[in-house]
Design a protein around this ligand. Structure first.
Ligand code: NAP
Length: 297
């Protein structure tokens, strides 16, 4: 926030974000704008914490009495060992993006799963019980697979990843934790992936390919991978419509960008810290305008 608040008294609560690097994060904007709109006496600050300082940063939450933290790359998995308790989602996914300091007890949550659920719920009837493909095998791919298994009863899930070994280990992990055997893995090689993609009702890109500033990168630009029966969801929110989504859109697929997920995961974290619902519509409109401005620079 550029202006100085006139309400910083001794009881102002502090929330933060830790990651490395974090200077491009939209979370401080979203959270501080929401706190201002709801007139809550909190501030949300970004802290650039390299991995060697992670343990001390968690100790500081307790020592300084922070209300909580968002956790982003590369700490979402490594932070778990420093926490007291995990939500069921965070434990199955194996990643935490939100910490709540509950009177000295550090609780870990994964609100990305909530963001994915909110984004896909409008398509529930269309995708439930069908074949689905997730591209990527990192932290957010894990949150996607958890959400699909928990809420959308997939017939099968295909996992496509640049490093197939990581997809294999993710598939084994979920087969064990969520007792689901119809997980198939593939190496990312677009000409070989056409059939897998075109046979899927839902396709999710959970990789970093196509993210600003590398907006010309794409997982695939092969038209035959897509069709008009599909929902294609890209977790990337900058740009709001990736090259991958543009290709799918041109083939008549229903395409969905990552902005709703970004706001929904932030809203869930906000609620965990403050107990107040985030005014998402107003924030979403302002954020979209600011992302469009940044992307066109
Ligand atoms: P991550 O754990 O680092 O995983 C990155 C994934 O991208 C891996 O599967 C990696 O493949 C793949 N990848 C990276 N570079 C690639 C390349 N050049 N070609 C092909 N594959 C490549 O990251 P993450 O946390 O899962 O995040 C993934 C994406 O989700 C990011 O774009 C992030 O911005 C987005 N996201 C969005 C939201 C939201 O609220 N909308 C929330 C969280 C994340 P390898 O396994 O082979 O390395």
């Amino acid at each position: 926030m550029s202006k100085v608040k006139d309400s910083f008294f001794a009881n102002t609560e502090l929330i933060g974000l830790i990651g490395h690097p974090i200077k491009h994060s939209y979370s401080p904007f979203i959270q501080n704008y929401a706190l201002e709109l709801m007139n809550l006496d909190y501030v949300y600050l970004p802290f650039d914490v390299p991995t060697e300082n992670l343990k001390n940063a968690v100790k500081a939450v307790l020592a300084l009495g922070l209300k909580g933290l968002n956790v982003t790359l590369p700490h979402k998995e490594k932070i778990i060992k420093f926490l007291d308790e995990l939500s069921e989602e965070a434990s199955i996914i194996g990643a935490v993006n939100t910490i709540v300091n509950d009177h000295g007890k550090l609780m870990g949550y994964n609100t990305d799963a909530n963001g994915i659920l909110e984004t896909l719920l409008p398509y529930k009837d269309k995708i439930s019980g069908t074949k689905m493909t997730v591209i990527g095998a990192g932290g957010s791919a894990r949150a996607v697979i958890f959400t699909l298994l928990r809420h959308f009863k997939p017939e099968e899930i295909n996992i496509i990843n640049r490093t197939q070994q990581k997809a294999d280990s993710l598939a084994n992990d979920f087969a064990l934790k969520m007792r689901f055997d119809s997980l198939h893995t593939f190496e990312l090689f677009p000409p070989d992936n056409v059939e897998t993609l075109s046979n899927s009702r839902l396709i999710v890109n959970a990789t970093t390919m196509g993210m600003f500033p590398d907006v010309e990168d794409t997982i695939t630009d092969i038209d035959e991978s897509f069709n008009e029966d599909q929902i294609v969801f890209d977790l990337i929110y900058n740009p709001t419509k990736t090259k991958f989504l543009k290709t799918a859109d041109a083939q008549g697929a229903k395409v969905v960008g990552g902005l709703k997920m970004l706001i929904s995961q932030a809203a869930k974290s906000f609620e965990l810290w403050t107990g107040v619902e985030m005014p998402t519509t107003e924030i979403s409109e302002k954020l979209e305008r600011s992302i469009l401005k940044i992307s066109s620079l």
